[in-house]
Each structure stands twice: as C-alpha cells, then as structure tokens.
Design a protein around this ligand. Structure first.
Ligand code: PA5
Length: 470
C-alpha cells in the first residue's frame, strides 16, 4: 500500500501556458543538482530522517508507560504549540474515530481490542477561555498532562504547565501531582528538562537534530498517539517505506524531490500559494500540520549565501468537498497564483449508501443507490477536471487507505519534500528566525531579564498615529 503522486495536471501539456514545461525542468537543473547533493551531504545532520530506524527502545518505553498509565486517567492532555501540537492533532484525527472523545470509554479501543484508551485534548493556544473551559469539561485530577517543548522555554506551553502544576499540587498534593505530568523536551537545553529532573517528572527526549515541525515521528507525536491506541510502530514502518522511495538522487524516482521541484518551478512561475485540500475528514488536520511545515520552513528573508531573498509559498488549508462550496470558485477563476494539491484516498473506512428515493425527480433520482464514497470521489474528479480545464496547476496525492503505515509515508514524504524545497530555494529549511523574533519581543514586553535591548528597540519604533485609528 503506497502513497501515489499524479502530477499530470501541473504540466503545460495538460493545462497550457500556465503549466510547467521541459524548459522549466532544464532551467531548474543546476539548482536541482546542488539541492540533491546538499540533501545527501546533510543527511547525517537531519536526525529526523533516522527516526524510522533508531527508536526501538524508545517505542518500547513509550508503550510500556502508556500501558502503565492509561487505565488510571480519563484524558491525556497535550500542552504544546506549533510542531509540538499540530502533529499529535493530525495523527489522532487521521487514525482514530472522528468523534473519539465523545465515544464512551469502552468504545475507544484500538482495532476492536479489549483495551480502552483515554480521551485526547491538545491545548495549544493561550486564549484565557481555553483552559477554563477545559477544566469545566474534564476533571484535571483524572488527567495526564504532557508538556511538550523542544526548547523548554516557549511561553505558551510553560505558562500552561505552571497553571496546571499549581492546580494539581493544590488538589492532589505534591507527590500525586508529580505523577500527572510527563515532559517531552531536549536532553539538556531549556528549563523544562531542568525542572523535570529536579522535580522528578517522567520525561521523554526530543532528539538532537529534530526540530519542532519535524518531530511528529519522535516522542513528541508518538507518546500522545500511543495513549490513544495508535500503532506507533506502523507509523514508523510507513516512514521507513517512504524513506526508501526518497533516497534516489534521480528526480523521476524520488516523489518528494519531484513534489518539491514542481512547487519551486510553480513558485518561479508566480504560484505563490499552495493549497492542500484533503478529500477525507480524517486528513483534515494534515493540512494544518503541512501549513506549518511548509510555511515556517520555506518563508525566509535570507538565502544560504546571505542574500536577501524573501522567498516562500503561502500554504492554504482547504477541505474537499466542503470548500468546493467556498474556496474553489477562487481557485478556478481567480488569479493564476496557486498550486492545488488534492489529497485523496482510494478506500474509505466506511460505506454509506443513499436510498432510492424521489426517482421521478431527475435532480435527486440520480443519487439513489449511489454511495457517499462514490459521491466524494466523483466530486474530487470533477474538481480536478474543472481546475485543469481552467488551466490551474493541480496535482493529486492518494493514500490507498488511511492506516498508520500510509500516514507514516505521507508525513515523512512531506518532511523530505520540504527539505528538498528549502535547498532548491537555497535557504535553510530548519531555522525559524521570524518565529524567534516574535518570541523575543514577547519576553521583552514582559520585561524578562536579558531582553532589555529588544525592549529598547521596540520602544524606539515610531509610535502609531491616532488619526489612523477609527
Ligand atoms: O517548528 C518549530 O520549531 C516551532 O513551530 C516550534 O514547534 C514551536 O515554536 C514550539 O516550540 P517548542 O517545542 O520549543 O516549545
């Protein structure tokens, strides 16, 4: 069962003048050869590429901890943001029941097995309403809180941790509270590991060379998934399968390299936006996860030679068929500035048939006896046709079925494609100075020691003019 990529509809032979030509491939060749070499040279530093192979002990440890803890809790709550939250949400949505938390406990099982699993909540934002309403929904003393922060210092996550630690200690006492918190963080950098060691919290490590948005396949994503009964070995197996397919330096044999090259050629032709549009509710949050990966990795001010480039491609999240009744009008007839990636599945997990009613009404009768499976498939094909007819670049990624293995393939595919795209653009896909700038400005606003110069810089910015405030 392998992920398939069909890129016919980005080519000029299918969509005309807006499409990619052989001349575009030829023009990209020097950058492509350099990017391919950089990918090979940098492979040892890209530790996230080894995650499918080097985690046997870690996976065993995660499974053992989940087995020990899961029956004593009602909910597993992730405290994390960005790469520490989007992956866990995407994997849960993809592989578990769409109304997982609403199911009674005995129905929250893995493959019909006798074991049952706690609910999952991901608290990424610091909207003050979020935690208050969560505490009205669940009993925090019956939860396990997973504080996930690679840097161990992100204000949002650490503030949530502090609120929850105080609350648990007040209600349960120090010792019992300690067992309700598990940390996932760097092995030495940041405060979280220091706190975890000093206060004796259980902890898992985010390996070196695995940045936030590339961390779903390490304990960041594997621990929450294991607590929800997801086959984490299957995810890693799928990633390893995709790694095999992404090793070739030949663009025609390496789907991630081709995906990246097509997007970079598209960008060079003014396609500043890429839309990821799953035709499956289960893959809805893959778009959110991808949006961070693509946006944060590729949106850069400087290239690797220090030139100001301000490159990047804006990722847009859509959902088929829902957005056919919303965004698709823009995609089909608006500016020629988009690549549209339709993300389909061959086989849905369920089938539902429309009854044969109103057979005398042609506009309804044709639906009788048809399945929703056929309806969504044909609507995807129809959108593909409409986009192609109007000369819009589109391509299709298809999973035979959404399983831990195929999902592992998809996640790993997007990660490798992002790294290739970064090197094709000659930028560093693994840093995020723009995000750091925002984090530092927040510290400065709170008067955090060490950020005095940032505060002075902010204070020196020209004041806003009241005449433009209405
Ligand atoms: O991809 C990234 O590096 C970021 O989006 C981080 O995941 C996010 O800022 C959270 O950082 P941390 O895990 O250090 O708390």
């Amino acid at each position: 069962m392998n992920l398939r990529m069909d890129y016919n509809n980005v080519l000029s032979s299918r969509i005309g003048k807006e499409g990619i030509t052989q001349a575009d491939f030829d023009a990209l060749k020097p950058a492509a050869e350099k990017a391919s070499q950089t990918m090979a040279d940098n492979r040892p530093a890209m530790k996230w590429r080894e995650l499918p192979y080097n985690q046997a002990e870690i996976v065993a440890g995660i499974k053992a901890y989940a087995a020990e803890m899961k029956d004593g809790i009602d909910a597993f709550v992730v405290l994390g943001i960005g790469g520490s939250a989007l992956g866990p949400m995407a994997v849960q949505q993809a592989l578990n029941h769409p109304f997982y938390n609403e199911l009674p406990r005995e129905k929250r099982t893995a493959n019909g097995a006798a074991d049952s699993f706690p609910k999952l909540y991901v608290v990424d934002n610091v909207d003050p309403e979020r935690l208050v309403y969560l505490f009205q929904t669940i009993d925090p003393t019956r939860c396990l809180f997973n504080v996930i922060s690679k840097s161990g210092s992100t204000s949002e996550t650490m503030s949530q941790f502090m609120i929850i630690k105080a609350l648990l200690e007040e209600r349960l006492g120090k010792e019992a509270a300690r067992k309700r918190i598990v940390c996932t963080t760097d092995k030495e950098k940041g405060n979280l590991i220091k706190i975890a060691k000093e206060e004796d919290y259980k902890y898992f490590i985010v390996p070196d060379g695995v940045g936030g948005r590339f961390s779903q396949l390490c304990p960041v994503g594997l621990l929450p998934a294991a607590f929800c009964g997801i086959d984490i070995g299957g995810l890693l197996e799928g990633a390893a399968q995709m790694d095999e397919r992404c090793k070739s330096p030949c663009i025609h044999e390496n789907p991630a390299y081709m995906f990246a090259a097509l997007h970079v050629m598209a960008l060079n032709k003014g396609k500043n936006v890429t839309v990821v549009m799953p035709y499956a509710d289960s893959l809805k949050f893959i778009s959110d996860w991808f949006a961070q990966l693509w946006g944060e990795s590729l949106g850069k001010h400087f290239d690797l030679d220090g030139n100001v480039v301000n490159v990047g491609q804006t990722p847009v999240k859509a959902l088929g068929v829902t957005d056919q009744h919303s965004q698709v009008q823009l995609y089909a007839e608006g500016p020629y500035d988009k690549m549209i990636v339709l993300l389909g599945v061959d086989e849905y997990r369920e089938t539902i048939t429309i009854p044969k009613l109103y057979e005398d009404m042609p506009s309804l009768g044709f639906l009788g006896g048809v399945t929703h499976n056929d309806l969504i498939k044909n609507e995807q094909l129809a959108t593909e046709y409409a986009l192609t007819k109007s000369g819009r670049m589109n391509m299709t990624l298809t999973l035979p079925r959404v399983t831990p293995q195929t999902l592992g393939q998809l996640l790993y595919f997007f990660e490798v494609a992002t790294a290739y795209a970064g090197y094709l653009l000659n930028i560093d896909p693994f840093d995020q100075p723009g995000v750091e700038e925002g984090k530092n400005a927040t510290y400065a606003l709170f008067g955090r020691p060490g950020y005095e110069a940032k505060k002075a810089e902010m204070d020196a910015a020209p004041p806003k003019d009241d005449k433009y405030v209405m």
